[in-house]
Design a protein around this ligand. Structure first.
Ligand code: UTP
Length: 256
């Protein structure tokens, strides 16, 4: 299995520090956040992690090629124009589009404290014939307009591990940043995806969506017309290091 971490975004919610330090490089303990994310991918069984950076975030590459200890597992892709998350993932197509197994995508600014979701998502995919699985989190109705929101129903898998009981959904639709009135649920896509490699075909012809950006959610919605997609409401807590308040909360959670 292979993984991809998009880390080429502008980081405007954490200016001015992100002018010189990418948010993905902010320290959590003695390691930059993105190293913890890469380690989550490797622990879930990824042999290789493709990190997507922009030309002005080369400090991330220098870090991994230096002291991280992870250099043999990391490959690089570049996003020169910040056209959105879907576009960032598409930059990994040369390396990943020919994969047989689903590709794990972990957002470079999303850390999860507690039980790591990626390994569970791999286990759920194996029990659903290699289907795609997206990580989910329940959010208050006033926050649905910040996330991709899914429509679906609870799905019983014959789980060996009872940690999955009541946490898996079969999905039939998803919409990026809906208004509270139009949101199909309060289940938000939360920083982790395990995607059938066919996603790269859909991304390659994906038109800009919400905010004029090429949205990963729109491409997964199209993927759903051909392949099953499941959701996993994971038990860990997601932290967004992409803004000062979220970063402070991350440090508190990881200090414990
Ligand atoms: P965000 O949605 O937080 O966007 O990206 P952003 O542009 O980095 O941050 P703000 O909104 O300006 O503060 C989620 C993840 O996807 C990456 C980011 O680096 C982050 O890890 N991303 C986002 C890209 O790689 N390219 C993009 O065009 C957008």
């Amino acid at each position: 299995m292979k993984a991809l971490i998009p880390a080429a975004g502008h980081g405007t919610r954490f200016l001015p520090v992100t002018r010189v330090i990418p948010k993905e490089m902010l320290p959590v303990g003695a390691k930059p956040a993105i190293q913890l994310i890469a380690e989550e991918a490797l622990a879930a069984g990824a042999e290789e992690v493709v990190i997507v950076i922009s030309p002005d975030k080369d400090i991330i590459r220098r870090y991994f090629e230096g002291d991280s200890g992870l250099a043999p597992h990391i490959r690089w892709a570049c996003q020169t124009e910040q056209l959105g998350l879907g576009h960032a993932v598409l930059q990994g197509a040369d390396i990943l589009a020919g994969e047989k197994e689903p590709v794990l995508v972990l957002l470079g600014d999303a850390l999860v404290s507690g039980r790591a979701p990626s390994a569970d998502m791999v286990a759920i995919s194996r029990q659903t014939d290699g289907a795609s699985v997206v990580g989910l989190e329940e959010v208050p109705v006033e926050k649905v307009s910040r996330y991709g929101i899914v429509k679906g129903a609870p799905y019983g898998i014959a789980a060996v591990d009872h940690a999955f009981d009541g946490r898996v959904w079969k999905l039939d639709d998803m919409v990026e940043k809906p208004s509270p009135e139009s949101a199909p649920s309060r289940m938000a896509i939360a920083g982790r995806y395990l995607l059938d490699p066919a996603i790269f075909r859909f991304l390659a012809c994906q038109k800009p969506g919400h905010g004029g950006e090429i949205q990963l959610t729109d491409a997964i919605r199209n993927l759903m017309s051909q392949k099953n997609v499941y959701g996993y409401r994971y038990p860990g807590r997601r932290h967004d290091i992409g803004n000062p308040a979220g970063y402070r909360e991350t440090l508190e959670a990881f200090a414990c």
